[in-house]
Design a protein around this ligand. Sequence first.
Ligand code: RRO
Length: 278
Amino acid sequence: MSAPLLKRVYEAGAGAVVTKSLGPEPREGHPNPTLVTVEAGTLNAMGLPNPGAEYFKGEIRELKESRVPVVASFFGASMDDFVLVAGVLAESGADALELNCSCPNVEEEMGMLAADPANVEKVTAAVKSVVDLPLFVKLSPNVTDIAEIARAAERGGADGITACNTLKGLAVDVDFRRPVLANVTGGLSGPALKPVALRCVWEVAEAVDLPIIGCGGVSNWRDAVEFLLCGASAVEIGVAVMREGFKVYQDVSEGIRGYMAENGFREVREIVGLAHGA
Ligand code: RRO
């Protein structure tokens, strides 16, 4: 999304906006089709299309002029890339960074960094050594033990964890007898992802002592409260805006407020992690 669209998201009731993941160079992404609606969700293989961090600095500055809190998401194909892009984005005035090491739609040579705790620790530490901004590390559900990866990010100095990215999947067209997506596989998001994402937030909350941003299938305030109860302190909303429109942000925040008032809670932090018990 460009700055004017992200500004609309903020004005519609979001507390902050997260940019599309930005890399060191402009990137077209995968060929079409890149998006398909599947049972209870969406499968995407966008392939990290973005105009490059250097270009997007201008968009972030524009957002900051309008006082929009900005989390700049970024990725790289190597440790050096991650460090370089983080440095560029830190100059843009972004309020926080989200290190995306968990996109399921990357080329083989990029690998999926989020599957390897040693790499996650190393890249987190490398980025933290060059930027002085809060750093969230976005983790993948496509791993055997997300808790282990979260602990690695914590050791590397992460300020928070975002859980989780999309779940790798595939859709087939029976008439063409081929996978629907040109990339063959894609990342599943939307309501179908929610139980998996809640489990990820739960396991991360048990494993580390860091704030968690929950995401994956948040479409309404009930979904958001479920994430908070599992241990998230905030939620990100993505594909739901395509279905519900911009009003989803206000609906969710008003719904959370209503739930808190009805149940005698004054602050969101009072319900964060409550489902884990005492
Ligand atoms: O652009 C993508 O293909 C993409 C990214 Br960067 C991501 O983090 N997660 C996803 O499902 N798709």
